[in-house]
Design a protein around this ligand. Structure first.
Ligand code: AMP
Length: 584
């Protein structure tokens, strides 16, 4: 398929903010797409060349793009740079420069989607001597045969900054419209840009089947491929697989014990809320694979956990959900998350780290067992199964401490006991609840004593002056619009960074993290790719016309760097609203 077809779709998507219209555009395009191209096209529509759980980064900085422009168009780097300063978006700059050049030279070749996809993926794999030149070549090669509009999107994809506003909900709906439109009797009204299924119930069922398929495989490309090739049957065939991480279940916050009962019912299972990080443990035969909540693989980083899962859990094949908690090897005291977070990214001295910062695995759920999907089983059954197959060994692997009760007083005592033990609070879970990946549907809630913080994404920064010159010193924060996937600014944070030395969030450390993510600079201000998540405390949320989210934080302060969370897990605008209205 030619890349120009995709570029036209991008352009159409960019020209509207209406979700239904975007859905329509994508669904029409998916209908035309061959099954064999589906995976790569669905990724490209999201501005990626790797699945969203794949940690591989393209890793191309703006400077490198300037060089590629130079190679492809002959425009000097200085001139390209001043255009960039003027226009501000390297994609648009490249479009313009390619346009200029095309007026002079003959059109050379035609870009295919596959060529673009392959070249951009190759960028991520090149390393070592000569790799910079080779990368520039790969980009320049694409630009040389790109039409101006194609050049714009090639560059934005290379910079991981596509910005055409395709949220995952839109993609899911587009798959439903494209492949089940007839079944659900969908009627699209192009004038009103609206759509009405004749059979709403059937539509909802199909939509849920698509969502379920996505939840177990985390890959809309695979879902679209299966839907097109085999319809609803195809979706059902996308099963749970060991080695195929699924999105973990999330929990909303409850105000207190009474609120928790109201939301999950009586009796409820209360559990300690351990302050560690989530681990999804997969086992098949003699092989164990560990994933974080962001579905990064961390098997190598936690060799001792691999051992615990092998030795203490019966069964040939299963997927467990758990929290790994660090403790001091000398005193046995449990440690807060920050002290073990460094193990997650660690590449060397792993055995030494495992001795210095050991973790205990607290298992609280099971997703599959001996090839059987357990997600639709009630929580009480899943818990029973864990109790049957897991041999507890303190400071190695245990089952989350639990109390089943209908009595608010007993629940309150359990909550206080948990806090006294140094835990973060408790979880309250519906005993009949299913395992619902990804969403916060309310089969479980958390109760924590502290004010709810926000997890916000850094989308911009400012270079410091004076003592702080050379460091970024102020950071623009954004929450997430779940409908469009857009990041909306909500405030700036500057203080509370120095104080947290060692937690991965000093000015120096943040600057190092952000430098490779710079999209463009204007004076002291830089725009940053939304990747890094900070947990932020504040005095109050206020309405504000000056930020795109419509809200502003009073006295925001940094709590910690959340390197266990990705930008798609940032606090949603809806949640900010909820907190705003809850303040009064
Ligand atoms: P939060 O990160 O504040 O949204 O709280 C939810 C997180 O608490 C989960 O993602 C788990 O990592 C963690 N957690 C700790 N203990 C439990 C438990 N017993 N059940 C479920 N999640 C737990």
């Amino acid at each position: 398929m030619r890349y120009i077809e995709l570029a036209n779709v991008y352009q159409a998507l960019e020209s509207t903010t209406k979700r239904l219209e975007k859905t329509h555009i994508i669904s029409e395009f998916l209908k035309k797409t061959d099954v064999k191209d589906m995976e790569c096209i669905v990724l490209l529509l999201q501005g990626r060349v790797f699945a969203d759980w794949d940690e591989t980064k393209i890793g191309v900085a703006s400077r490198m793009v300037l060089k590629a422009i130079n190679v492809a168009t002959g425009m000097s780097i200085e001139d390209a740079e001043s255009e960039w300063k003027r226009i501000g978006d390297l994609g648009n700059v490249t479009q313009k420069l390619v346009e200029k050049k095309k007026q002079k030279t003959l059109f050379s070749g035609e870009l295919t989607i596959k060529k673009v996809f392959d070249n951009i993926r190759a960028l991520a794999t090149l390393e070592g001597q000569g790799s910079v030149d080779r990368k520039i070549q790969l980009i320049a090669e694409l630009l040389a045969s790109a039409k101006p509009i194609e050049a714009r999107y090639v560059i934005r994809t290379v910079l991981e900054d596509l910005r055409v506003g395709v949220a995952s909900g839109t993609l899911r709906d587009a798959i439903v419209w494209a492949f089940f439109g007839k079944e659900a009797k969908l009627n699209y009204n192009p004038k009103e840009k609206s759509i009405e299924p004749e059979d709403r119930e059937r539509y909802n069922r199909i939509s849920e089947a698509v969502q379920n398929a996505y939840d177990v495989c985390n890959d809309f490309g695979r879902v679209a491929e299966a839907a097109k090739a085999k319809g609803l049957k195809g979706l059902e065939l996308i099963g749970l697989g060991v080695g195929n991480p699924i999105k973990v279940m999330l929990y909303q916050k409850a105000k207190d014990v009474a609120d928790a009962f109201e939301r999950v019912g009586k009796p409820a299972a209360f559990e300690y809320k351990y302050d560690g990080f989530r681990i999804q443990a997969h086992k098949k035969d003699n092989k164990v694979i560990l994933y974080t909540r962001r579905l990064e693989e961390v098997t190598k980083q936690f060799p001792e956990v691999v051992g615990y899962v092998k030795e203490n859990v019966k069964g040939r094949e299963f997927i467990l959900d758990s929290e790994a908690v660090g403790y001091d090897p000398k005193t046995g005291r449990y440690l807060p998350f920050q002290s073990i977070s460094q193990r997650i990214k660690r590449k060397y001295d792993i055995e030494k780290m495992a001795k210095q910062f050991p973790v205990e695995l607290n298992v609280f759920d099971i997703i599959s067992f001996e090839g059987r999907n357990m997600m639709k089983e009630p929580f009480r059954k899943r818990r029973e199964l864990i109790e049957k197959i897991l041999k507890q060994a303190p400071k190695r692997i245990v089952i989350a401490k639990q109390l089943i009760t209908s009595d608010p007083k007993a629940a309150q005592r359990f909550y206080e006991e948990s806090l006294k033990m140094g835990e973060e609070g408790v979880m309250a879970k519906n005993l009949d609840g299913i395992y619902k990946p990804g969403s916060r549907v309310g089969y479980g809630v958390k109760i924590k004593p502290v004010m709810e913080t926000l997890d916000l994404v850094i989308v911009g920064a400012e270079w410091g002056t004076g003592k702080r010159s050379g460091w970024m010193s102020s950071f623009v924060l954004a929450c997430r619009d779940a409908d469009t996937g857009e990041f909306l600014e909500i405030g700036k944070v500057g203080t509370g960074i120095k104080e947290l030395e060692g937690s991965g969030a000093t000015f120096e450390q943040l600057t190092e993290l952000l430098k490779p993510l710079v999209i463009d600079e204007k004076g002291r201000e830089v725009r940053i790719k939304p990747k890094i998540v900070l947990e932020i405390n504040y005095e109050e949320i206020q309405k504000s016309p000056s930020y795109k989210s419509g809200y502003a934080l009073r006295f925001p302060r940094l709590v910690k760097l959340r390197d266990d969370k990705g930008p798609d897990e940032a606090s949603e605008l809806e949640y900010v609203k909820e907190l705003f209205y809850g303040q009064k």
